[in-house]
Design a protein around this ligand. Sequence first.
Ligand SMILES: NC(=O)c1ccc[n+]([C@@H]2O[C@H](COP(=O)([O-])OP(=O)(O)OC[C@H]3O[C@@H](n4cnc5c(N)ncnc54)[C@H](OP(=O)(O)O)[C@@H]3O)[C@@H](O)[C@H]2O)c1
Length: 321
Amino acid sequence: MKALVQDRYGSSDVMQFADVDVPTIGDTDVLLEVRAASLHRGDWHLMTGLPSLVRLFGFGLRRPKQRTRGMDVAGIVHSVGSGVTAVQPGDPVFGVCRGSLAEFASAPAELLVPLPAGVSFEQAAAVPTSAVSALQGLRDAGRLSAGQRVLVIGAAGGVGIFAVQLAKHWGGIVTGVCSTGKLELVRALGADAVIDYTTDGLGRERYDLILNLAGNRPVSLLRRSLATSGTLVIIGGENGGRILGGFQRSLQAMLISLFVRQRLTGLAAVQRRSDLLLLAELLAAGSLVPVIHRVYPLSEAKDALRMLEAGDPRGKLVITP
Ligand SMILES: NC(=O)c1ccc[n+]([C@@H]2O[C@H](COP(=O)([O-])OP(=O)(O)OC[C@H]3O[C@@H](n4cnc5c(N)ncnc54)[C@H](OP(=O)(O)O)[C@@H]3O)[C@@H](O)[C@H]2O)c1
């Protein structure tokens, strides 16, 4: 089968479009015929091996253990392991797999859920990792409740587009922070207010919940925009260097949190079937609408990775074999 593979860590230049074997599956796995995949920032981390901390989590110290990139997927079940009863060959599903930038991918059956009626493979593939991160950032780490003022920093990115919609869905009053060209998109997603970070600061407003997805604002600056008993959730951002990356600010925030009234915390999103099922429901109801910047054929997936590297996309980049 065709796949986009890598044998060393590096920029998108290390990726090669190659012929590789169709993956083998274990007893609790599914072999999927990939119909669509999507990229997210985590694919960039695994492609580059940066920050170096990610390599300690079993991804390979010197080179990537798994050659094919891509986690988010939508496709048709081709075959199932002996212990799988929840899905059958022919079922359309979406979720998380190992190596979705390929014609076939193996996935734990647990992390695949039925494709909702009326939702395309491209739309569903855009959802899993980014939307789960937004959901867990708002609901679990952020403990969002209706009526709270929510600031989403990085509102037009892969996670941000879902965070704005979910925060509105759960009754938040949402302000989105993004660059000039993306203001309209963030408004269209339902944000009550927008801030153009290229021309304006965060302003004098105090928020009950801040979701930090981008930029390198210090924790002390973010705290100034947080209500006295507000919550700051650091999900991502650029500072912290090559070893710790965004984790540095999360650790800082958690340490400061011990001494102040505000809750300052980080997030390590975990893929859960229950969250994928909830997202499938919201997709089916039209409460969550993926924003797809562009769809690339698999043979041009390297261009999509370049686009991801540059940080330009409005929403998600989708790849179809
Ligand atoms: N902790 C976890 O479990 C977890 C899970 C998922 C993602 N993440 C992290 O979360 C972050 C966001 O992921 P993503 O997939 O949404 O990335 P993305 O698609 O690259 O989006 C980032 C967005 O931030 C905007 N941005 C850049 N600088 C900014 C600034 N100073 N202020 C406000 N916005 C700015 C970018 O566009 P414009 O500059 O044009 O507005 C872009 O739209 C990444 O760091 C990722 O590693 C962490």
